[in-house]
Design a protein around this ligand. Structure first.
Ligand code: ADP
Ligand code: MG
Length: 277
């Protein structure tokens, strides 16, 4: 007999997360497979679910989009939190980049458009991700991108300082995708912090390596806080123009997700191409 959590019977492990395992599970009642992220309460150092967190979860349940992994419900026991998610079966985009080395412009644009469309939708619902990186981008059985863990960073910690700590913590000590203002511990706008991460992700898609990558944390922070990076020779002038408007330290001058989606490089082809010209 498989173990039960609420109406779900727990099956095999799908993956290992920062705070616990992700399990495949089945609801007899709904005739549906799901993924359940099991978080150890002690590991995330939270005593109980604050009302702020509860509020965020209820917002996240309203987020429904083809490019965002659907949050179904959150259950809790004395020691664990169970996050019930839509099951996505095509693996991590991260592994695809690793196996292909890097993406050609067409595939990069294909995934980038889906990433932007999903993110823009969530921002409109008032939900930010705050930990966007290729490891959190999953592929479905059709090969389309689904953003995983949207808004979940809010679940880990509540106040801004704790948020910052947990961001640094969940990225396992290498916050390569984190915006400068998040590192600098200033008040920050979650949606513009997401935009920065999206810029780093686009760079990684096309380069096959990180724009900011240093052996020590101090050196990495310095590079990020100066937006000190270079473009590989194969980057086109158009994509360099786009990246130069996203990876901007001053977040008030950084491109918003809407502006990114209006840039000529974004609109060229792919599933969300601009057909008007
Ligand atoms: P964490 O953010 O704590 O690192 P993840 O959400 O990335 O944990 O989950 C760890 C792994 O579990 C992922 O890399 C993926 O392989 C698997 N996984 C997570 N969510 C799902 C899902 N909705 N469907 C299928 N597999 C998933
Ligand atoms: Mg993750």
């Amino acid at each position: 007999m498989p173990k039960k959590v609420g109406k779900y019977s727990i099956h095999r492990t799908l993956g290992e997360g920062t705070f616990g395992k992700v399990k495949k599970a089945y609801s007899e009642e709904d005739g549906e497979w799901v993924a359940i992220k099991v978080l150890d309460k002690e590991k995330i150092q939270r005593q109980n679910m604050g009302s702020q967190v509860k509020k965020e979860i209820s917002i996240m349940k309203l987020v429904r989009h083809p490019h965002v992994v659907q949050l179904k419900e959150v259950l809790a026991s004395r020691t664990k939190i169970f996050i019930v998610l839509e099951l996505v079966t095509g693996g991590e985009l991260f592994d695809k980049i690793v196996s292909e080395g890097r993406f050609k412009e067409k595939s990069a644009r294909f995934y980038f458009q889906q990433l932007c469309v999903g993110t823009e939708y969530c921002h409109r619902q008032g939900v930010c991700h705050r930990d966007l990186k290729p490891e959190n981008l999953l592929l479905d059985d059709q090969g389309n991108l689904k953003i995983s863990d949207f808004g979940l960073s809010a679940l880990y910690e509540q106040d801004a300082e704790a948020d910052r700590q947990s961001l640094l913590h969940t990225t396992c000590g290498t916050p390569n995708y984190v915006a400068p203002e998040v590192l600098a511990d200033q008040g920050y706008d979650g949606s513009l912090a997401d935009t920065w991460s999206i810029g780093v992700i686009l760079y990684v898609f096309l380069a096959g390596f990180l724009p900011f990558d240093e052996p020590t944390m101090a050196a990495l922070f310095r590079k990020i806080q100066k937006a000190d990076f270079t473009y590989p020779s194969w980057f086109t002038p158009e994509v360099k123009d786009l990246l130069s408007k996203i990876l901007v330290v001053d977040h008030t001058k950084r491109y918003t997700i809407r502006q990114i989606m209006e840039h000529p490089w974004w609109r060229k082809d792919g599933p969300y191409a601009d057909c008007s010209d």
